[in-house]
Design a protein around this ligand. Structure first.
Ligand code: GTP
Ligand code: MG
Length: 207
């Protein structure tokens, strides 16, 4: 499906800068260098909307992108990654505060995509994040990233192993490669399911 529009709305260093668009937001979370900005670009069908880098710690602000795909308008939110030891402690704390401010109190946040490199095992960080999102009623899914780095057999094995390591998130698991554009439409579909409110069945006839 065509992405007719993809633009950076704002890059925020403080919560009072978060935009007020009235649109549903989908946040991209995960370890530094896992491929958040790259996957966001792949979803938006743009090469360099979000800045990517082989040096971990590229994303330091919260970037809000408005994306129109088909008839739907959403905001994709690129968050700084966690778990990168080389960033000075003070700076790390300030990102963490910013990310927590966003995740902790953000009514437009309808879904979170937690990214996990298919070659690595889940750590406690991911487990805790998934629990934390569930407690706050934010729907989540896990996207395995960089699947192009493994041959198909090995990839399949890794995915089986990874699926045993965390409870199944509400939005399920999607296998992706931003480089080879694998799983991009599947990810959009899974995101739409998460952000579509359940149909009110109260009016439906019974029996
Ligand atoms: P931070 O902003 O530091 O948190 O990183 P990030 O999670 O946004 O990662 P980013 O998208 O910048 O990608 C990190 C590195 O991984 C870059 O060198 C990307 O080119 C590479 N990368 C991202 N996605 C893929 C993928 O699907 N396949 C391969 N082979 N490399 C990828
Ligand atoms: Mg990034």
């Amino acid at each position: 499906m065509n992405v007719s529009r993809a633009e950076l709305l704002i890059s925020c260093a403080k919560p009072d800068q978060f935009p007020d668009t009235g649109l549903p937001e989908i946040a991209f979370l995960g370890r530094s260098n896992v491929g958040k900005s790259s996957l966001l670009n792949a979803l938006a069908h743009r090469k360099a909307l979000a800045r990517t880098s082989s040096t971990p710690g590229k994303t330091r602000l919260i970037h809000f992108f408005e994306v129109t795909r088909g008839k739907r308008d959403v905001v994709l939110v690129d968050l700084p990654g966690y778990g990168f030891a080389k960033v000075p402690e003070r700076e790390r704390r300030s990102w963490q505060k910013l990310v927590e401010a966003y995740l902790g109190n953000r009514p437009p946040l309808k879904a979170a995509v937690l990214l996990q490199d298919v070659r690595r095992d889940f750590s406690e960080d991911e487990t805790l994040l998934l629990e934390w999102l569930a407690e706050r009623g934010v729907a989540s899914l896990v996207a395995f990233t960089k699947c192009d780095k493994l041959k198909p057999m090995r990839r399949k094995q890794r995915i089986q192993v990874l699926k045993q390591q965390v409870p199944r998130p509400p939005g399920g698991f999607v296998t992706t490669s931003a480089d080879k554009k694998i799983g991009i439409d599947d990810l959009w579909r899974a995101v739409y399911v998460m952000i579509t409110p359940p149909r009110d069945t109260a009016e439906e006839p019974t029996g």
